[in-house]
Design a protein around this ligand. Structure first.
Ligand code: PEP
Ligand code: MG
Length: 592
């Protein structure tokens, strides 16, 4: 049989060849709609009843395992169990199968729509919330109807993981000895699943249309994280080609790792510190092995996911303390909780927000959950007695927010002092610049903090108005858009005028085409996924500041993204042809 090639967005470099494992297809948006022949009707009602029973058993089992302190969660589960037994859902769905002669999924969808219409007529917020419960329950039943409610526990051996979407919580459960690579239908260039794949060093492709329709479990697939391809049923030629690519890529990686412990410094002596971004404590060894000069971004939210209880102060203190001591004397920048948007804690569930990326996220979430925020601040402070710890706040939109955050930090310090607990009173405090408003007032914000860290993943999302996880607008995700280049330049200049340091920790920092431009701005540090450090360090070490400044000058004169991209590609390719062979750049996509 001929192989089938599906295109997607490459988000983590490398090649893998293995058997496909599909993680739950319950997200399939298009539900099957069929009219049934008479002789199939009874079997269909039985299928529906079985799915309701499986859901009930599943929820009862989860409910039984909840610890007593999660009373609130248990109450939600009770209400879900009641919905499952309510004739308005199960009974109505069964009637639709019998009377309208339609399949179970369609019948259930109709029953949900009827309840929705009845609740809507009441216009009471209480019923609107209950509607969400009804939808959640129906989603579980649909998962059982699909009969493929698989989770990662079912994986045997090493597989290529395929899914409609992987939430950051799903991705945090990935075990690299079981999952060699992954591909998803949803996702964009800087979605968090891709970020984690890079940190774990496994190839990944997102935004792959046709994945669910074309692949079955157990089929042989190739995931090409260099070019963004998923090849189903590879033929002999494909297998020979991809095995060769894999061999070359791995050879290149082991060659560059040899020089990765040298400092980030240009030929003409300009220093740019190359730090690492990490999401999980376990990645520390990868930072050290790949030559990270420090940790420029510790995304702390992953320690709060996939658990029903929040971590307490002692647990967090121990985690941050261990991190700081292992890395000492190297710097560790701990970012406070960036919850919300696509990242959720089981403890709080998901909020009903129509624009979560612009909703109760990051510092806003923390300011509305002050106890939780205070606990984290106290833990970071307590860990600052060892090593070289800094703290930074995400998603700051203006002066009020940074002052609220620093006030909370001050309160936490006073409390610790009263309790006789030790901390570093001079721990540096930073502000992430990831909103256009923060860019515009960078010189004002610079008066309030010790350093800036530019988060271009979000800065690009909010400046260009494109959801960073949306594959349809992924082609518009342009780090070298004149607005973005100018924004970064403005932030770097404002920081330097105020005498503070500035780093950049978005995915742009791991893009070989973008780094020389950032260097031309005289950025003090960049922070990137550990796997990309050796390659990027080679670029830094082979560059001269004079060339970088010259390139930046030309880029700043360019008025369009396409001209800039062309200019940069020609220039960088000429200088670093070997380094670019295995890179996928934010500048390149099939759509673009
Ligand atoms: C960013 O927005 O660039 C960033 C580094 O933060 P995150 O990717 O975690 O949102
Ligand atoms: Mg961000």
């Amino acid at each position: 049989m001929a192989s089938v090639v599906l295109k997607g967005i490459p988000v983590s470099a490398g090649i893998s060849i293995g058997k496909a494992f599909f993680l739950s297809r319950s997200h399939i948006h298009k539900l099957p709609r069929q009219t049934l022949a008479d002789e199939l009707i009874l079997a269909e009602t039985a299928r529906l009843e079985a799915a309701f029973k499986q859901t009930k058993d599943e929820l009862t089992a989860i409910r039984g395992k909840l610890p007593p302190e999660l009373r609130e969660h248990a109450l939600i589960m009770d209400s879900h169990l009641m919905i499952l037994s309510d004739p308005k859902l199960a009974g109505a769905a069964k009637n639709h199968v019998l009377q309208l002669r339609i399949n179970a999924e369609w019948a259930l969808e109709k029953a949900v729509a009827e309840i929705d219409a009845a609740f809507n007529a009441l216009e009471d917020p209480y019923f609107k919330e209950r509607m969400q419960d009804v939808r959640n329950v129906a989603k579980r039943v649909l998962g059982h109807l699909a009969g493929q409610q698989q989770d990662m526990k079912a994986i045997q051996g090493r597989v290529v993981l395929l899914a409609h979407d992987l939430t950051p919580a799903d991705t945090a459960l990935i075990e690299v000895d079981k999952i060699m690579s992954f591909a998803t239908v949803l996702g964009g260039k800087t979605s968090h699943s891709g970020i984690l794949a890079r940190s774990l060093g496994i190839p990944a492709v997102v935004g792959v249309t046709g994945l669910e329709e074309r692949i079955e479990d157990g089929k042989l697939v190739v995931v090409d994280g260099l070019k963004g391809r998923v090849i189903i049923d590879p033929d002999e030629d494909d297998l020979a080609h991809y095995s060769d690519m894999k061999y070359q890529f791995e050879g290149y990686q082991s060659a560059i790792i040899r020089s990765c412990h040298l400092p980030g410094e240009t030929i003409d002596g300009y220093r740019v510190v190359v730090n690492a971004n990490i999401e999980l404590f376990e990645e520390v060894s990868s930072v050290i092995d790949n030559g990270g000069e420090g940790i420029g971004l510790y995304r702390t939210e992953f320690s709060y996911m996939n658990r029903t209880q929040l971590p307490d102060e002692d647990e967090l203190t121990e985690e941050y303390f261990d991190l700081a001591s292992i890395m000492a004397p190297k710097k560790v920048v701990i970012r406070t909780l960036d919850m919300g948007a696509d990242k959720f804690m089981t403890h709080f569930g998901t909020l009903e927000e129509s624009n979560p990326a612009m909703g109760l996220r990051a510092i806003r979430f923390c300011m509305s959950h002050r106890d939780l925020f205070k606990t984290q601040l106290r833990a970071i402070l307590r860990a600052s007695v060892v090593g070289n710890v800094s703290i930074m706040f995400p998603m700051i939109s203006g002066l009020r927010e940074i002052r609220q955050a620093t006030n909370m930090l001050r309160q936490a310090k006073e409390e610790l002092k009263k309790q006789g607990l030790r901390f570093d009173p001079d721990m540096p405090v930073g502000c992430m610049v990831e909103l256009p408003s923060a860019v515009m007032i960078a010189e004002i914000l610079a008066q309030e903090v010790d350093f800036f860290s530019i988060g271009t993943n979000d800065l690009i999302q909010y400046s260009l108005g494109i959801d960073r996880a949306n594959r349809y607008v992924s082609y518009l995700y342009q780090p070298l858009h004149p607005a973005i280049v100018r924004s970064i330049k403005h932030v770097v200049d404002s920081a330097h005028q105020a005498g503070i340091e500035v780093s950049l920790c978005g995915e742009m920092a791991s893009d070989p085409y973008c780094v020389p431009i950032l260097m031309g701005m005289q950025i003090d540090a960049i922070s990137l996924n550990p796997q990309a450090i050796p390659g990027i360090k080679r670029i830094v070490r082979q560059a001269t500041m004079a060339d970088c400044k010259d390139l930046l000058k030309q880029v700043l004169e360019s008025r369009t993204v396409s001209r800039t991209n062309r200019l940069v590609r020609d220039n960088i390719f000429q200088r670093f042809p070997d380094e670019l062979m295995f890179y996928s750049s934010l500048l390149e996509t099939d759509e673009g």
